[in-house]
Design a protein around this ligand. Structure first.
Ligand code: ADP
Ligand code: MG
Length: 241
């Protein structure tokens, strides 16, 4: 199989095993430049394992795993970031006892090869005024939504081409969830490509171009967002029709 030119992420036959536990069982997945692709599925389906495996944070085996045409297999996480692929992990994981500023600089400083950290930070503070206001506060004092903004802003400090988001709306109040989805849409408008893991199926399919549904480590369903929204499986299992 040859990848079309606009394929940014190409995965064939990816397996993730933790000892005897096979969390992901031979999945194929592609993300094209400029797309928002959503990876849906219940708790324990293997969504985080997939994202973690892509960036080198989970044990993985694949027939092909390529980003921007270069092989990702055996590439350590910090190199993956330098190549332009950054993960915002599940549960936000900002450094609570560090300030907003310090958190941002940690995202940029380590990966300074992709642009000037000060310039990227200035851009980030313009884009996230709430973080500019709270720049010298400890990250732990921010609300859940603000911490998620910070986690995303920190990831953007490495100027990625592809952003992997692991359940960014988890545990947030509905209007904050709306803000996060608005933000994701605006990031795409600025040219970012996004692979979005969510349990919030309705909102994800509103914003995504395509999607995959994972169940027990396998791709159960895939298609355009429109096709998925209309599918009886999705309607029954996730949209409460
Ligand atoms: N570090 C780990 N060690 C052992 N099992 C794990 C580990 N991480 C995840 N799993 C298992 O792998 C499966 C998929 O988990 P995960 O990828 O976190 O699913 P999801 O993100 O879709 O909720 C689950 O059965 C989970 O218990
Ligand atoms: Mg998960």
């Amino acid at each position: 199989m040859t990848a079309p030119d606009d394929t940014l992420l190409l995965i064939e036959d990816l397996t993730v095993s933790y000892g005897a536990v096979e969390a992901v069982r031979g999945i194929d997945l592609t993300v094209r430049r400029g797309e928002i692709v959503t990876l849906l599925g219940a708790n324990g389906a293997g969504k985080s394992s997939t994202l973690n495996a892509i960036v080198g944070l989970a044990p993985r085996k694949a027939r092909r795993m390529e980003f921007s045409g270069s092989d990702l297999q055996g590439v350590p996480p910090e190199t993956v970031v330098r190549r332009g692929l950054t993960l915002v992990p599940e549960g936000r994981r900002v450094f609570s006892s560090l300030t907003v500023d310090e958190n941002l600089m940690l995202g940029g400083a380590k990966h300074a090869t992709r642009g000037d950290p000060a310039a990227v930070k200035a851009d980030m503070l313009e884009r996230f005024p709430i973080l500019a206001e709270r720049l010298h506060q400890n990250a732990g004092s921010l609300s859940g939504g603000e911490q998620q903004m910070l986690a995303i802003a920190r990831a953007l400090m490495s100027s990625p081409d592809l952003l992997l988001l692991d359940e960014p709306s988890l545990g947030l109040a509905p209007q904050v969830v709306d803000q996060i989805f608005d933000l994701i849409g605006s990031l795409r408008e600025r040219g970012l490509t996004i692979l979005l893991v969510e349990q919030n199926v309705a909102q994800s399919l509103e914003i995504a171009d395509r999607g995959y549904v994972l169940a027990n480590g396998r791709i159960e369903l895939q298609g355009s967002a429109e096709e998925l929204r209309a599918s009886p499986e999705i309607q029954d299992a996730y949209l409460g029709a």
